[in-house]
Design a binder for this molecule. Sequence first.
Ligand code: FES
Length: 98
Amino acid sequence: MGKPTKIYVCTEGKKCPKRGSKKVLAQLKAEVEQQNSSLEVKGCGCLGTCKKGPSLVVTPDKVRYGRVKPEDSADIVKAHSAGEGPVERLVITKKKKK
Ligand code: FES
């Protein structure tokens, strides 16, 4: 077995909660239950991608998602439970500073 996959949703930062991240967290938890997934979903502090909030990060995949809406939860849980890889439309692409 690999490492358990966890989803951390920014619910304690300054911006994401105002944009509905707590609803995203709640919906992700509901989806995990509904899909009988082994994913863990947790709230966390600021992830540094506030402008793209609500933000979340999936570990150990290190995938960052931005502008996540509650209705995206089903796709996120499904993709990561099945190891299908990221939900491309929500991925935050890092600007390379080199
Ligand atoms: S406030 Fe959520 S990423 Fe900063």
